[in-house]
Write a protein that binds this ligand. Structure first.
Ligand code: AVI
Length: 324
């Protein structure tokens, strides 16, 4: 069975662009806007690049350990995924769950196109009902929790180290928010990219083919397309740098000369100085202990961790602790 539930509201791109570009000090744009149709396709190419091992590590771990992950989540489980994308990585977990009993899967996505791909990708799985929720993450999770039947437990997936794109302490707050929606006995499988040598990280986020640069610059192109702006892309360069204090890779767009840009749809004109940057993404790199630590602090018990040795990356199985 497949169906979709449509969201009634969407975020306001113009409001967020205006807020980010008029901020005192460092100008910024929320990284979630990197993923329009073109940005999502460019990200799929990034995931194939030899320099960017994150997605392959995530997939390897899920494929290899799906049975064990499911064994550690007994009972009548409903599966949901925050930001499912195509759902490709989830196949292994769904197969393992469906071997036990008929299972419902709720992919939660703000992109209806991604939900459609997800439904198609997983349509061949027997004993799986797919209910796509076109929602923001927490709204979708609230809906899944409301649909839970007596005796069912929720296994939520938050894969691909998307948590690392929330700047601290937003990552911690988000883990707490998920915990507050769920009940003791529910579980969260959390994927996190781990620390690795800085040159390797820089290559992963500034690849020689320039795909990540295009992914980053597309955000300005998107503002041009959707908000009638006049960014000249050739006057910006992609920058990936490691912030040692936050242990994060940051992506920026650097103005190559002083310029003024009009963004009609946001009722805004901004001036950028030569060398000034717009910060577009933060990608935190965790240590294993840090993952367990922030999880515990947010009301979870870290039951197990699986680590990819080829590209340091971890899947952590967290269960909701009892509330004192
Ligand atoms: C989706 N997210 C986990 C990616 C990352 O590595 O932080 C996004 C990305 N940005 C540039 N390359 C990939």
């Amino acid at each position: 069975m497949t169906n979709a539930v449509t969201a009634s509201t969407t975020g306001d791109f113009a409001v967020d662009v205006r807020a980010g570009l008029t901020k005192a000090g460092q100008k910024e744009l929320p990284s979630k806007y990197l993923y329009d149709t073109i940005g999502s396709k460019l990200f799929d190419v990034i995931a194939e690049l030899p320099q960017y091992g994150l997605t392959r590590a995530d997939e390897r771990l899920l494929k290899e350990h799906a049975r064990e992950i499911v064994r550690q989540t007994p009972g009548d489980v409903i599966l949901c995924e925050l930001g499912s994308g195509s759902g490709k990585k989830t196949r292994w977990i769904l197969e393992a769950l469906a071997r036990r009993r008929h299972t419902y899967y709720f992919p939660i996505e703000i992109s209806s196109a991604a939900l459609a791909v997800c439904r198609r990708e997983l349509a061949d799985l027997p004993a799986v009902g797919i209910v796509g929720l076109e929602r923001e993450y927490l709204d979708g999770l609230l809906e899944v929790a409301a649909r839970r039947q007596e005796g069912q437990r929720i296994l939520a997936l938050f894969l691909g180290s998307t948590i690392g794109n929330f700047s601290s302490p937003a990552d911690r707050t988000f883990l707490r928010d998920i915990r507050n929606i769920l009940q003791p006995g529910d579980a969260l499988l959390l994927g996190t990219d781990l620390e690795k040598p800085i040159p390797q990280l820089i290559e992963a986020y500034d690849d020689p083919l320039g795909v990540t640069a295009a992914f980053n610059l597309n955000l300005l192109a998107r503002i041009n397309r959707e908000l009638e702006a006049n960014f000249v892309l050739a006057q910006f360069e992609h920058v990936a740098r490691f912030n040692a204090e936050t242990r994060s890779i940051e992506m920026h767009l650097r103005a190559l000369r002083r310029q003024t840009v009009a963004i009609q749809g946001a009722d805004l004109a901004i001036t950028l100085e030569e060398g000034e940057t717009i910060w577009t993404e933060n990608s935190h790199k965790y240590s294993l202990e840090e993952v367990a630590g922030i999880a515990t602090h947010a009301g979870w018990v870290c039951r197990a961790q699986w680590i990819d040795r080829e590209w340091p990356f971890a899947e952590s199985l967290l269960t909701a602790a009892n509330v004192e």
